[in-house]
Ligand binder design. Structure first.
Ligand code: DC
Length: 215
């Protein structure tokens, strides 16, 4: 296991990915985006025309040869050695990922993959971000943070990210609603620090996270 583990959870558009990545660069730590695993599995299921709702019943270790970079300055995602960094952000994946992420067997599989990738990260520490990292995957992390922002701010950050039409707002709220039935990433669990970035710029958010970690 890396010496230091920082767990960061939060909803879509909270800025947790970009803030965690920048904080990792600043600290010389690794960075692990756990949502990418759920996205890549969804993409694999779509490409193979598998039943999304029951994909967790399959032998995922065999089906899914997954790799992700933990270098915050060189981010990539691969399945079967092919690059899927862009493909996992498609609308099709966006619309279907909650069906895959809702399955307990998928979540247990991803939890084990996440722990193994974090353990093998060569840096002195790693920031792991997702929805259930502070509570389920890395409950013993040295720093646990729930990063959030008002719904309005999250939607506007997300639509800038996706350069999308108005339908994205509905999709993001809808996805958060579905996902939060499976894991609570809207309220901090006991011992988890809340970082509300509603009023903060990107730079201020990174500085606040680094400050939480240094403390
Ligand atoms: O962070 P993201 O939007 O890339 O996550 C994609 C999906 O994966 C999201 O709908 C919720 C799910 N997810 C999850 O259930 N648990 C995690 N630790 C990370 C993501």
């Amino acid at each position: 296991m890396s010496k230091v583990v920082i767990a960061v959870d939060g909803p879509a558009g909270s800025g947790k990915s970009s803030v965690s990545k920048a904080a990792a660069t600043r600290l010389g730590f690794g960075y692990l985006d756990t949502g990418a695993g759920y996205r890549a599995l969804t993409l694999t299921a779509l490409n193979n025309q598998l039943e999304l709702e029951t994909v967790g019943e399959l032998n995922l270790g065999e089906l899914f040869a997954y790799e992700i970079s933990t270098d915050p300055d060189n981010y990539w995602v691969r399945v079967d050695s092919g690059d899927v960094t862009e493909a996992i952000r498609s609308k099709d994946v966006e619309l279907n990922v909650s069906k895959v992420a809702a399955q307990p067997k998928v979540r247990a599989f991803m939890r084990d993959i996440t722990r193994s990738i974090a353990r093998n990260c060569p840096k002195p520490g790693i920031i792991v971000e997702g929805r259930d990292i502070t509570t389920v995957v890395m409950p013993d992390a040295q720093t646990r943070v729930l990063l959030t922002a008002s719904e309005e701010v999250r939607l506007s950050r997300r639509s800038i990210d996706l350069q999308a039409d108005g339908s994205i707002s509905a999709q993001v709220s809808d996805r958060d609603k579905k996902d939060s039935k499976v894991v609570d990433f809207l309220n901090p669990a006991p011992g988890v620090q809340l970082l509300d970035t509603t009023e903060l710029s990107f730079e201020e958010s990174v500085a606040a996270l680094v400050d939480f970690i240094n403390r």
